[in-house]
Ligand binder design. Sequence first.
Ligand code: PLP
Length: 397
Amino acid sequence: MNTDTLAPDTQLVHLGRDPAANHGIVNPPVYHASTFIFESVAQLLETRRDRASGAFEQFTYGREGTPTTRALEDAVTKLEGGYRAVVTSCGLGAICASLTAFLSAGDHLLIVDSLYGPVRQFCDEFLVKFGVEVSYYDPLIGSDIAHLVKTNTKVIYLESPCSLTFEMTDVPAITKVARARGITTIMDNTWASPLCFKPLSHGVDVSIHAATKYISGHSDLMLGIAVCNEASFVPVKKTASASGYCGGPDDIYLALRGLRTLGIRIARHQETATAIARWLQRRPEVSRVMYPALPDDPGHAIWKRDFTGASGLFGAVLKPCSEVQFAAMLDHMELFPMGYSWGGFESLAVPTYPATLRSARPWTEKGPSLRLHAGLEDPDDLIRDLERGFARLVAAR
Ligand SMILES: *Cc1c(COP(=O)(O)O)cnc(C)c1O
């Protein structure tokens, strides 16, 4: 079947599976494998040539993937218009493998200031130790990033919107600067899922997902995927393989199962997040809501230009209140328990501390901030839970 001409919801149903090759069974089998037996020296040598040529078509060893791995890689590659993808043990693994694929001692890395915290830690504590020069750029920099580029800049790393403060970066403006200078761009696209933004068609070389989040959708596994264009596939594949990042077969199977319903889930996450965000904007306890899908969000114009939808993760800054008041709200939420991660079927809340994760563009908000994930529950139930939370906050005054 030629899936290229199909709409995304139809693609989600058909990509990465082939019933005719599997006794007519709808879903692809889960291959549990470390070892692949070679029938002859000639066949073994053939797999070595396959690898050396950068084809990576043949299966040789479990760490390099199985047909189950390939099914998920092929599905997400098609969704994002990539060349090939590499599945890893978690989202951070996909990021670390992609960064180290293109960086060597003496190279310079430009990284967005608002990015996912553990990546900042990897860059500051590990890449620096191996002689990589790391500097941070303002997420709102746009084409002015050209002024930060040095002769040794090898990689520009993007995330938009970022998952604490939700600023929108002008991705095409940055990739234009990078392309003109031969700089590789790597983007964390987890917030948008493969449905709402297509990094590769906006000039990005490697698009990364924490499949732990929306792709799996059920808060029960860790997995990452790096979708590559043709030039970036071999370096990322080799680095992921050499560093030992490989995903487990049952987790990959569950991620494929999650992928089937991604379209309806994301639509519902967006609808509920929008309803809650609008309600929050009218609350006297709230200073600002951060969700680029809202028409008055500072990033809305870029979101509207480049994205085809939004997920259910957004932020809010409250008016200044005491720690006791903030805790009175968050400690007793029923439908928004506190937890890291997001992208599952359930709602979550978590206090955020952006000021501790900034160096290029300081965080100047006075009030406490939180991040909410709008799950698949009834939106009115969720709003009532937040309403009771604000009542506790006010009462604790
Ligand atoms: C969770 C997350 C990651 C890391 O994914 P893991 O699977 O937890 O390693 C990367 N980027 C963003 C934006 C995330 O939210």
